[in-house]
Ligand binder design. Structure first.
Ligand SMILES: Cc1ncc(COP(=O)(O)O)c(C=O)c1O
Length: 400
C-alpha cells in the first residue's frame, strides 16, 4: 500500500487547526472573516514597481544563496541602525562576528534554525500559546518542543522559562509581538531572558516578524543608531547580543507581501553559516525579483497602517474587555480572547457558535495545549470588524 511509504515525521503532524477554518470559510457565502493572519493593505507602490521592474529587466534567475547583495546590504545596514550589530554577509564574518542572510520567508528561517540546531531527542522551549508551526518544526527534527505556559498575560518571562531548561535544551524561542496574542515582551524582561539563556548556555532565538507593528505604549526602546526611533523592545538591542541571539524577521507582514516569501536571519556566525549551508540544498535562494522589490521597503514608511491597526486594537479592547479577559495586544494585529468560564464552552465550541453566525475566528486550541480562548485578527476593514465585534459581544453574553 502506498501509504506505508510515508515517513513517521509526516504522520506525526496534524493538519493545522487554522487550515480547517480556512476550508470552512471557503464554504460560507460572504463570512465576516476575523481569522486571517495577513495585512489588509496593498503592497506599497515603490515596492511593487521595483519587483515588476526586476522581472522586466530579466532578473529572474537565482540569486546567491545568501540573497541579492543589494537587499542583504540594506538588511545589514538596518541591523546596525536598529540593534547596533556589526554583521557580515554569511560566510564572510570574522571569528565571533554576527552574520546574516536572506531567507524564504520567516518560516524558511525558522525551519533552517531548527534543522541546524536540533538533534533527535533534543528539546527547545516555545511559548504557549505559540505560532502554529513551532511544535511541528521540532517534530520534523525528531526533537521536542517544551511549551512555556504564558497564561494569562502571555509574557514569556525568564521566571517562567527557567524551570523548563534541562541538559537537552538547545534554544528558547521568543516571539514578540506574539502571534496569537499580540503581546509585546518589555525591555527589562527581554534583557532578563537573554541573561538567563546566556547563563545556561542555550541559544535565544527571537522571532520578530511583527516588529514594525508595535503600538504607542509598547515602543519601549529606541534604535541603537542615530535615528532615536521608537522601536519594539528586542533582546537583540544590547551590547554583544549579535554573538548570542539569533534574530529572525520577515517582510511579508510588514509590507503586505506574505506570498513573496521573504525574511532574514542574523546572529552568531557559526550558527547562521550552518543555516546558510542548509539553505543552499533546500530553498536554494529566496525569490529573486521579489528580493529586488523589498530593497525599496527600507525607504517605505508604514506608520499610517500601524496607526490604523492601533486604532482598531483600541476598538477591540474597548468592546470586548468589558465582557471577558483580553490581554491588551501591544503589537501585531491579533487579540487572544478568553471564553468566559460561565459560558461552559471550549475555544472550539465557541468558534463553532461563531461560524453558525458566519463569523470566522480561530480556536485557541490551534495555538496551545489548552482550548480556552480564541484568536481574532483585526487586519480587516473597520466595518467588517465592527460587525464581527457585534456578534462576539452578543455571544459573550451582552449586547454592549
Ligand atoms: C510568529 C510568526 N512567525 C513566523 C511566521 C511565518 O511568516 P512567513 O510568512 O514570513 O513565513 C508567522 C506567520 O503567520 C508568524 O505569525
Amino acid at each position: 500500500m502506498i501509504e506505508q511509504l510515508i515517513a513517521d515525521r509526516a504522520g506525526a503532524i496534524d493538519a493545522s487547526g487554522i487550515r480547517r477554518i480556512f476550508n470552512l470559510a471557503a464554504t460560507l457565502k460572504d463570512p465576516i472573516n476575523l481569522s486571517i493572519g495577513q495585512p489588509d493593505f496593498v503592497v506599497p507602490e515603490p515596492i511593487r514597481n521595483a519587483a515588476v521592474q526586476a522581472i522586466q529587466d530579466h532578473k529572474n534567475g537565482y540569486t546567491l544563496t545568501q540573497g541579492d547583495p543589494a537587499l542583504l546590504g540594506k538588511v545589514i545596514d538596518w541591523l546596525k541602525v536598529d540593534l547596533g550589530w556589526d554583521c557580515a554577509v554569511t560566510g564572510q564574518g570574522e571569528p565571533g562576528q554576527p552574520t546574516a542572510f536572506v531567507t524564504s520567508g520567516t518560516s524558511g528561517a525558522l525551519f533552517l534554525a531548527f534543522l541546524a540546531l536540533l538533534n533527535p531527542g533534543d528539546e527547545c522551549i516555545i511559548p504557549d500559546p505559540y505560532f502554529v508551526c513551532y511544535p511541528h518544526l521540532a517534530t520534523m527534527c525528531g526533537a521536542k518542543a517544551i511549551p512555556c505556559d504564558t497564561y494569562p498575560d502571555f509574557q514569556m518571562t525568564a521566571e517562567r522559562v527557567e524551570p523548563l531548561i534541562t541538559e537537552k535544551t538547545k534554544f528558547v524561542l521568543l516571539n514578540t509581538p506574539s502571534n496569537p496574542s499580540g503581546v509585546v515582551l518589555g525591555k527589562e524582561e527581554c534583557a532578563k531572558l537573554r541573561a538567563l539563556c546566556k547563563a545556561r548556555g542555550v541559544l535565544l532565538i527571537t522571532d520578530e516578524i511583527y516588529d514594525e507593528f508595535v503600538f504607542s505604549e509598547s515602543l519601549g526602546d529606541v534604535a541603537a543608531g542615530d535615528g532615536g526611533l521608537g522601536r519594539c523592545p528586542s533582546p537583540g538591542r544590547a551590547d554583544g547580543a549579535g554573538e548570542d541571539t539569533l534574530l529572525i524577521r520577515g517582510f511579508g507582514k510588514t509590507y503586505g507581501c506574505t506570498g513573496w516569501r521573504l525574511g532574514y536571519v542574523a546572529g552568531p556566525g557559526v550558527i547562521v553559516d550552518q543555516m546558510a549551508k542548509l539553505q543552499q540544498y533546500t530553498f536554494v535562494c529566496a525569490p529573486s525579483p521579489l528580493q529586488a522589490g523589498v530593497v525599496e521597503s527600507f525607504e517605505t514608511d508604514m506608520g499610517e497602517h500601524v496607526a490604523e491597526y492601533e486604532s482598531r486594537r483600541d476598538m477591540v479592547i474597548e468592546r470586548l474587555s468589558k465582557l471577558t479577559n483580553v490581554a491588551v495586544p501591544g503589537g501585531a494585529f491579533y487579540a487572544f480572547i478568553e471564553v468566559p468560564a460561565s459560558l461552559g464552552l471550549s475555544g472550539t465550541q465557541f468558534t463553532e457558535k461563531c461560524i453558525e453566525r458566519a463569523l470566522l475566528v480561530i480556536p485557541g486550541g490551534a495555538f496551545s495545549g489548552r482550548d480556552t480562548h480564541f484568536r481574532i485578527s483585526f487586519a480587516t476593514d473597520r466595518e467588517k470588524l465592527s460587525q464581527g465585534l457585534d456578534i462576539l459581544c452578543d455571544l459573550l453574553g451582552s449586547s454592549v
